[in-house]
Ligand binder design. Structure first.
Ligand code: KG4
Ligand code: ZN
Length: 347
């Protein structure tokens, strides 16, 4: 079989990136690693009445808005479809119906415009969101904390990822959302809960830090959510701001302790914190107190978006991309981020 590798010189190359892995329709345009446009159509209002994401509704909504979101991104970047050099989209992990919309849309676009298509792993996109900051170069550690994932990666180089640990149950953002719901704060509850926590006493209630005695890098948040639920059953009049602050403190403590353990064992001095929970003020404050070089992507790139997918594609194109292979990629709801190298943290 003839392997037809295209290596892109990224100068002036325009990449379109699409993410529809969950409930945001994200379309981004990137040139030379610079974000030209990043348009996200959020479905929050649609799912709020269910208290969580309704997968079928999410797929339909992606289908309804994706044309318009692309058009908005082109307008924002002031370019035309003909100016695009490559198309990228998330192929997993995520809600399969939702993934299929963005993936098939992107593949069809690439095919019809005769462009290279680059399939991207959603978490690789989150890691690549740090590229928007310019000066962040591997090796570094990356904590991804979102509504769907909580994982700690060693990024030895672009494309060389080792997952040191992940949540054994709920993701950190999921825990924020579930506890926010218990407190009657609506969906998604992360931002509302952290605002309320700012008014409360973080020491009012003593919740146990999950997996406190482990030597590894895993997380667990479902027991903590149950502990909050039991507390509210027993003490219905508990001050909500105190509960929010005490809960948040323990989530943040867990994320920071596990990450700093990996920092100590690996010797890396750089840390990227990505995903929606990277917006949390207390988490930012705690990491800022460390003596590490800590990078938080801009808020618009921390939560799900298309620009991070285009940024990740840029790294792949610079290394060489098989022009034909991308188009046969299928959507994969469960998809680990492949790793090759030996971990510094565990050696
Ligand atoms: O990365 P993201 O937009 O989507 C996923 O890939 O899941 O993350 C969304 C998650 C939600 O669970 C939301 O509640 C949480 O990030 N989140 C926060 C904050 N802002 C968003 N959690 C805690 N504090 C915040 N300020
Ligand atoms: Zn995400």
């Amino acid at each position: 079989m003839l392997l037809f590798l295209i290596i892109f010189n990224l100068e002036a190359v325009v990449i379109l990136g699409i993410d529809t892995s969950c409930d945001d329709t994200g379309v981004g345009l990137v040139r030379d690693g610079k974000v030209l446009a990043n348009v996200v159509a959020s479905q929050t209002a649609l799912h709020a009445k269910y208290g969580g994401v309704m997968p079928e509704q999410a797929s339909r909504e992606h289908l309804t808005v994706i044309d318009e979101v692309l058009q908005q991104a082109l307008n924002e970047a002031d370019i035309k479809l003909a100016d695009i050099d490559a198309v990228a989209a998330t192929y997993g992990p995520g809600l399969v119906g939702a993934l299929l919309v963005g993936l098939n849309y992107a593949k069809a676009l690439a095919w019809s415009l005769d462009l290279t298509f680059v399939p991207i792993h959603h978490l690789e996109g989150h890691i690549a969101s740090s590229l928007a900051l310019g000066e962040v170069k591997p090796p570094f550690l990356c904590l991804i904390a979102s509504g769907g994932h909580t994982s700690l990666f060693e990024v030895a180089a672009w494309g060389d990822y080792i997952e040191l640990g992940k949540s054994r149950d709920d993701a950190a953002g999921e825990a924020f959302d579930k506890v926010a719901r218990l407190l009657g704060l609506g969906y998604p509850g992360g931002p509302a809960l952290s605002n309320l926590a700012a008014l409360g006493n973080p020491n009012a209630f003593k919740f146990t830090v999950p997996l406190k005695n482990q030597a590894g890098y895993d997380f667990s948040f479902s027991g903590l959510k149950t502990a909050v639920s039991l507390l509210l059953e027993k003490q219905a009049d508990a001050d909500k701001a105190d509960v929010a602050a005490s809960f948040q403190e323990v989530v943040v403590e867990s994320l920071v302790t596990v990450t700093l353990r990996a920092v100590k064992n690996s010797g890396y001095r750089k840390l990227v914190v990505a995903g929606g929970v990277a917006a949390n003020k207390r988490l930012r404050q705690r990491f800022a107190e460390s003596d590490l070089e800590v990078f938080f992507p801009p808020l618009a790139l921390a939560t799900d978006n298309g620009a991070m997918i285009a940024l990740a594609a840029g790294q792949k194109l610079a290394k060489g991309q098989n022009r034909q292979a991308g188009l046969s990629t299928d959507a994969l709801p469960y998809l680990p981020l492949a790793t090759k190298a030996r971990s510094k943290a565990s050696s």
